[in-house]
Design a protein around this ligand. Sequence first.
Ligand code: 2HA
Ligand code: ZN
Length: 293
Amino acid sequence: MLYQETKKYDLTGFRRGSEAGAPQSVAQSAFVKEFVQMTSNMYRLGWDERNGGNLSYLLKEEEVAQYLDPDCVIRKISLGFRVPELAGKFFLVTGTQKYFRNMESDPETNTGIIRISADGSEGELLWGFRDGGKPTSELPAHLMSHIARLSVDPDNRVVLHSHPTNILAMNFVHKLDEKAFTRTLWKMCTECIVVFPEGVGILPWMLCGTESIGEATAQKMKSFRVVIWGMHGVYGAGKTFDEAFGLVETVEKAAQIYMLTAHLQQINTIEDRQMRELAEFFGVKYRKDFLED
Ligand code: 2HA
Ligand code: ZN
């Protein structure tokens, strides 16, 4: 679609700056800045080596329209699966084979904004993936998780995937059972049961980058905001970057305490009755069946 000088978007689809007449840069938007900052933090924490990890953020149309003409599609990217539930929704996502380490210096190559096509089979690229790139290989798990989280929390906007070191380490030495794993994590830091009272969902090792792992993750996401991919990493979801990141960093902290103490003689412990007391005092709806008597 072509736009005249007088229209609110310039010929490349960027919205014209209101005063200076210069197009406002998407890379300067608060949503790209916050997104990129989060990937950089995760990289610096050592959670996202090489191209490990991916992130998706559901954008509001009015947010996007401040910077881009939503009708100016750069190219269409076949998803390889269908998500009609998300038709017309906008997502800022990390690119496949892209490194979290490089997000900050070049967000326009390493990330992109897509709108899900009306039939749910394509991502309409509106910005980014400047080198011809595509969204993360874990897009099925991201989009299906968004659908699952939105069904229980209409304000959910963030889905993240990462390889936090201690969560991963714990996967090799602890039983991969939701009750046992959650209870161990809750016992590692007083506030854990308050931060993730629903516990953590766990999938066995599965082939990543597939629709099957996407569907399995989404199934878990209906009842958990944190889902562990056995011997691979973790998924986290939330209304905000703070919520999603805060959840995963709390689980990672608990896993770290576990890894620092599991081989030592434990002489003190947070009892189940104390965790119950905490959950009740803070009024959170917790998985009572994940505690023992
Ligand atoms: O895209 O982390 O699970 C890199 C990954 C795949
Ligand atoms: Zn991964």
